[in-house]
Design a protein around this ligand. Sequence first.
Ligand code: PMP
Length: 455
Amino acid sequence: RDISVPIDPARLHGLLEQERRCFLERHPRSRALAEQAARHFLFGVPLHWMRDWPTPATLFVRAASGAELTCADGHVLADFCLGDTGAMFGHSPPPVAQALAEQAARGLTCMLPDERAAEVGALLAQRFGLPCWQLAMTASDANRFVLRWARAITGRPQVLVFDGCYHGAVDDTLVDRDPASGATLRRPSVLGAVHDHPDFTRVVPFNDLAALERALADRQVAALLAEPALTNCGLVPPQAGFWPAAQALCRRHGTLLVLDETHTLSSGVGGWARTHGVMPDFWVAGKAVAGGVPCAVYGFTEEVAQRMRTAKETAPEGHSGIGTTLTASALTLAALRAALQHLHTEASYALMQARAEALHAGLTARLQRRRLPWTVTRLGARLELQFMPDAPRHADDVRGHAQPALEQALHLFMLNRGVLLTPFHGMMLCSPATGPAHVQRLLAAFDDWLAALSL
Ligand code: PMP
């Protein structure tokens, strides 16, 4: 079947130029702020990747609430990026905002557990299904610590990840797969790397059970660290039966299964693992888990907990290399408790799913009407427009269909019409605060974008 879409390169280039000009005209205050911030911030931003958006100047934010973000120039955007999932339950969800306000005057951090810690532990077990828990500040930290525990308790050196993975700023996982040899490569974009990755990390294609089995066979792999669906290299869903079979392989070879649900928490209440009945040995979530307040959690089975106790008790006194000082502060626990009680609920997810379903239907109908061989892949409240005829099976499918100029044009076009998408891949996330009017705004802008490209 013909899967080519005749997009005139000159027209696409012209559209990008026009949208860049439009952005600059509409955002004089952001431009002025960018100039001022550049005096003391490297790249003009407090975190360098805040410049990794396709906008010709940095977009500065005045406030964000629910599913909307108001920029420094006063434009109100329907926010489908939601802080790249940190604000999946909406910006400043009222129960979290209230819990933070109450805790703010009662002590922010003590390096001792707040008296509500036991209740938070019970809520974690109830919500996510694993009995034992620890906290970290960020999902990157949680993954790093879980890998450390996994190596400590198995005595094995290797970790295994899927090609195209992202698990945060975790050296072991910042690797690529050599498509020719299958060897582990250092990801070339990573700065200051000295770690000898091929010695300790193996990479296999997603959805490939044979490759997974080969990588596990010598029983050197402590843990398979994975997202249930890849979400950082485009949205790549698992094929039917993949996870039960992958988990059986891990068990047979004594490898711990770690599911990183930082993004796939969008799947349903309790995340993908809970909704699909695949309980891993370790389970990780960050970003939205405490409603957007810096916090990550990792859960594990009682059997794993017993091995962790033994590892800790048999190690000499001193630094474990696991933990950071502000972790599980009183402020964080207050937010986490409120989030577990009021955000991770059937009611929240019903709203998110309803919106995502409407968006999915609207986008798909538009593609079909124009006979465009593109796909909208959905994972619960998360959707992605993919410039390929079917959902990808692994990272190479995504790489093979990459269209960065088209993605940038879509992103900027939407932004100039009051709709914020996640940069890099056309990801859209729906929060409980996302309303039908936000969805309609996106769909109307999408119609205009297709028309602008004569599609
Ligand atoms: N795990 C996954 C699956 C992620 O997508 C991300 C961030 N995109 C992280 C971990 C790291 O999160 P953080 O940057 O908050 O540490």
